[in-house]
Structures are given as structure tokens and as C-alpha cells.
Design a protein around this ligand. Structure first.
Ligand SMILES: [Zn+2]
Length: 141
């Protein structure tokens, strides 16, 4: 999917979810910042396109950038700095929608077959959802 497709998909999903979950968020003066962070999250997995110019072993659809790793790694920080939770939600949801909207693509995640690539993107897309990624420490331990 192209960059604009990722941005539009992510914003639509994010706006639908916040309208459903937090009815007062549209009156939040920080909403424009959340929307920007959501777009930033939606574009983050494709940093591999820029990384491969610097690091030759990286290729597009890298299995690390196209995974739930960043939301999972940020979640312990969010349990300490809970006031940033809305930013975390917007960012993680951006990554999640990016991974899930990459599933129909014919280009597989690097080093995976197209079938395993779709399984990888679906599982990581689900795990990257803020409701899972923010609580994984509590779910596992
Ligand atoms: Zn991608």
C-alpha cells in the first residue's frame, strides 16, 4: 500500500475508535497532536525504505519494522508515564493498521513466503493493537 493509503486507513480507524471509546476526545485540544502521532505511527514500519539506503542488509518489508516490536517495547514506558497513554494509543494503532493493511499486498515480508508473510502481518497487527500491546506484561507475567 502507498503512503497516502496507510495514512488515510490509519486516520479513519483511529477516528472511528476514539469516537466509539472516548466520547469526549473530540473536545480535547490535543486531538490534532494525536492525529499527527497516529500518522507518524502509520508511516513508521516503512522506515525500512530509508534504512536500506544506509544499512545494506535491510530491505523493504523488513520483519523487524513490520512487527509489533516498537509498541511492545514502548509499553513498559507507558506503564510509568501513564499521562502519555493517548499518544501511545494513537501511535500503536497507526502501526497496527499499517501491518493489517499490508496483508493483501503481493509483496511478502522479507525472508518469508507470501503465506507466512500474511500470518506474520496479521498476528503482529493484532498484537500491536494498543489494547494488547499496552497490557502484554500483565497478560504474560
Ligand atoms: Zn509496509
Amino acid at each position: 500500500m502507498y503512503r497516502s493509503g496507510h495514512i488515510i486507513t490509519s486516520l479513519l480507524v483511529y477516528i472511528a475508535i476514539i469516537q466509539y471509546c472516548y466520547s469526549n476526545l473530540f473536545s480535547d485540544y490535543l486531538l490534532p497532536i494525536y492525529l499527527i502521532v497516529n500518522v507518524f505511527g502509520a508511516l513508521t514500519p516503512d522506515i525500512d525504505i530509508y534504512l536500506k539506503r544506509i544499512v545494506k542488509v535491510v530491505s523493504h518489508r523488513n520483519p523487524i519494522t513490520h512487527s509489533a516490536l516498537i509498541p511492545l517495547a514502548l509499553s513498559p514506558v507507558i506503564t510509568i508515564y501513564i499521562s502519555y497513554f493517548q499518544l501511545y494509543t494513537a501511535f500503536s494503532l497507526g502501526i497496527s493498521t499499517h501491518l493489517i493493511s499490508d496483508i493483501p499486498s503481493r509483496k511478502a515480508v522479507d525472508r518469508l513466503s507470501i503465506g507466512w508473510s500474511r500470518v506474520w502481518l496479521l498476528l503482529n497487527g493484532i498484537v500491536a493493537l494498543p489494547i494488547f500491546s499496552s497490557n502484554w506484561l500483565y497478560i504474560i507475567f
